[in-house]
Design a binder for this molecule. Structure first.
Ligand SMILES: [Zn+2]
Length: 356
């Protein structure tokens, strides 16, 4: 993605970006292939055809369902001067000056607060940059601010955005995506329309992954279980999920030291590890309560062992530990120490309190 000139002057945390999306057509193909995205896409298109595009719109849904893909495609569609409007084939034309600018990442009416791998939060400086951009003259009929994973806005950033939403400039669309819309202040949520992308049921999703992406049933089941960014692209996890899970089992049952477990966990990035362990925790918790194992068959033996290794109330205490690990998973920490600390906390959930 090319950064705008104004963004170059800002500190790296102020992620005001303009986007180059040469492959909107690929994204549209993906939307048309994914059954759960077709209805939300049609609803977005009809907002345009009915002339009812609101000032604020939030597309929310679980990780990997393609909310960002939807947001990008609708932005490209709305900015296009001659969009294709044939029913079922609605798309940006790809040829007009607006499409060219958008493809090059230099469209003056498209401002993006994108994810920054190094920063979990969207800082207030980024929103201030956005406000600055909105004070300039509009190029075309509509200006779009796309805020990716809007729940990452810190309180000051959210307050700044709120001021814009309270008196939105004419011809503007604030398009937000969120995985956890409930984390956004209610003052913001009450000022924007919401479009929720619902998780398809397990059978429908697994069938689709097998048919559309040619995955084996086992890989499709595993991908469904993990969720995450790869879901919509149909890429089965390539990291050693069995080894990572086995290390957790061995750690909790005392067959592996915390340092050795942490070493195994070095094989994947912290964010993936955090999401995986939380997913595993959720199933273990279900098993501890006597519920059935909803995980893929290949995982169930390990998860059953885990559920038996600790009493339910002990597993409950591990939840805040795993959540804290997730919350800091994109922070620049010492990679080894972060995993070692996690492994230590997991075998003795009272340890963090004792050290505090
Ligand atoms: Zn166009």
């Amino acid at each position: 993605m090319a950064r705008s000139k104004s963004a170059e002057k800002k500190p790296p945390l102020a992620v005001v970006e303009e986007a180059a999306w040469p492959n909107v057509q690929e994204d549209l193909d993906l939307i048309r292939r994914a059954p759960w995205l077709q209805d939300p896409w049609q609803r977005l298109v009809s907002l345009h055809t009915l002339g009812r595009v609101p000032h604020g719109l939030m597309i929310s849904g679980d990780r990997g369902l393609g909310t960002l893909t939807l947001a990008r495609c609708i932005s490209a569609f709305l900015l296009c001067s001659h969009p294709i409007m044939r029913p079922g084939e609605e798309a940006p034309c790809g040829e007009c000056p607006a499409c060219h600018l958008r493809r090059a990442g230099t469209h003056p009416d498209l401002i993006i607060l994108a994810g920054d791998a190094a920063a979990r939060d969207i800082p207030v400086e980024a929103v201030r940059g956005l406000i600055e951009s909105f004070s300039l003259t509009r190029h075309g009929a509509l200006r779009i601010a796309l805020i990716e994973q809007a729940e990452r806005m810190n309180r000051a950033a959210a307050n700044s955005l709120l001021k814009l939403l309270e008196e939105p400039p004419a011809g503007s669309l604030f398009l937000l995506t969120a995985e956890r819309a409930d984390l956004l202040p209610s003052t913001i949520r009450s000022r924007i329309q919401r479009l929720t992308v619902a998780m398809p049921n397990r059978t429908a999703l697994v069938d689709w992954l097998c048919q559309a992406h040619g995955l084996s049933r086992t890989d499709a089941e595993l991908l469904w279980f993990v969720g995450g960014r790869e879901l919509v692209t149909g890429q089965a996890p390539t990291w050693d999920w069995q080894g990572v899970t086995q290390a957790l089992t061995d750690l909790v049952t005392g067959r592996l030291s915390p340092l050795a477990a942490a070493k195994v966990w070095q094989s994947i990035d912290r964010e993936t590890l955090a999401h995986w362990l939380l997913r595993v925790w959720l199933t273990v918790q279900r098993l501890s309560m006597g519920l059935s194992c909803e995980a893929p068959e290949a995982l169930c033996p390990a998860l059953l062992l885990l559920a038996r290794a600790l009493p339910a109330e002990e597993w409950l205490k591990r939840h805040p530990i795993l959540l804290a690990f997730l919350q800091t998973s994109t922070h620049p920490l010492n990679e080894e120490l972060a995993r070692e600390r996690l492994a230590l906390d997991l075998i003795d959930s009272a340890l963090p309190a004792r050290l505090a």
